[in-house]
Ligand binder design. Structure first.
Ligand SMILES: C[S@@+](CC[C@H](N)C(=O)[O-])C[C@H]1O[C@@H](n2cnc3c(N)ncnc32)[C@H](O)[C@@H]1O
Length: 317
């Protein structure tokens, strides 16, 4: 195990590590993890659409492969833990197959309970000419039991009308909405990582850190294990470490493993640039005053409320 700047990094699973990055297939790494260890599994698996890191196969074969990995994930999941499987569409002779629909029966067959089907909406992507352009993907959030971690207060977002008050009845004059903010709902509008995104690396399909941060904050406690069987550029690990969780995962492509370590190192030295949580979506009709400040592992991120007042004051970061 390597210790760099206070972070214990291991190439194989060790409970005493802070970060495990296994260079190889996730099945081998999952075999090393004792049953019931992981509090959150969050991932974006290959979609079987012929990206450089995958071999396209028949849908049935792909689903069988996913079933095997999911079954190992379920075994390694804490009884109070959650699985978040983020997927888009598989395309077969120009017809789309939404992978969340194809995968749901597999999760159900392992007794997992679906808590939300979260729609992740973004504005950029391929322009279709024979159907409407795809501008959303899905996160299936499932739990192993009815007793699961859900820290709603940690992910509330500012109310639309925070000063609204009850105007009659016994509560007249009191604020009518939760002062801690509102539930973020199940439609999340977060820009996807395209070429001009601050988080873009050489990896062809990263998901944004903010997407994973909300899941980490809502579904785990500090010190918990967050696992990603398909680490890619390591976005899940970054989101977990930034919030004091432990991170583990596998990646088969050595070039991407290098990117993971580079991103973690940058974050350790306060030099990793990440789009801030809750930052308003870019509006081309308004001038943008904002610049993205780097983040640091271990340093607290501003809460959405602090961020809101910074933005209102015109000091957006
Ligand atoms: C959709 S990408 C994940 C991207 C990641 N969410 C990010 O933000 O960078 C899927 C990744 O899984 C890797 N991969 C494919 N099969 C794998 C396997 N059996 N075990 C581990 N990694 C695998 C691919 O090389 C690819 O980098």
């Amino acid at each position: 195990m390597l210790e760099a700047d206070g972070l214990k990094v291991s190439k194989t699973f060790r409970d005493s590590a802070d970060l495990v990055v296994y260079e190889g297939g996730c099945r081998e790494l999952l075999e090393q993890i004792p049953p019931g260890t992981l509090q959150l599994i969050v991932t974006s698996p290959p979609y079987n659409i012929g990206k450089p890191y995958e071999k396209r196969m028949r849908l049935e074969q792909y689903l069988e492969q996913q079933r095997e990995i999911i079954s190992r994930c379920v075994k390694a999941l804490d009884p109070r833990g959650s699985i978040c499987w983020q997927v888009g569409n598989y395309v077969d002779q120009n017809a789309i197959v939404p992978l969340d629909i194809a995968l749901y029966p597999i999760f159900q067959s392992f007794g997992l309970k679906l808590r939300n089907r979260i729609i992740w909406h973004f504005e950029h992507g391929l322009h279709c000419s024979k159907r409407f352009s795809g501008r959303h993907e899905v996160i299936l959030w499932l739990t192993k039991s009815d007793r699961y971690t859900f820290n709603l207060d940690d992910v509330r977002v500012p109310q639309k009308y925070p000063t609204k008050k009850h105007f009659k009845g016994p509560k007249a004059g009191q604020y009518s909405c939760n002062p801690l903010g509102k539930n973020p709902g199940d439609v999340w509008i977060i820009p996807n990582v395209k070429h001009n995104h601050v988080e873009k690396t050489a990896h062809p399909c990263q998901f944004p850190v903010e997407l994973v941060e909300r899941l980490v904050l809502a579904l785990t406690k500090p010190g918990d294990w967050v696992f990603d069987p398909f680490l890619g550029s390591g976005t899940t690990a970054i989101a977990a470490l930034m919030h004091g969780r432990k991170a583990a995962g596998a990646e088969m492509v050595p070039e991407y493993v290098k990117i993971i370590h580079q991103r973690v190192q940058l974050a350790q030295h306060g030099r990793l640039r990440i789009r801030p949580m809750g930052r308003p979506i870019y509006d081309a009709s308004k001038p943008s005053k904002s610049r993205v400040k780097p983040v640091q592992i271990g340093a607290a991120r501003p809460t959405l409320f602090e961020l809101d007042s910074l933005l209102l004051a015109g000091h957006a970061s």
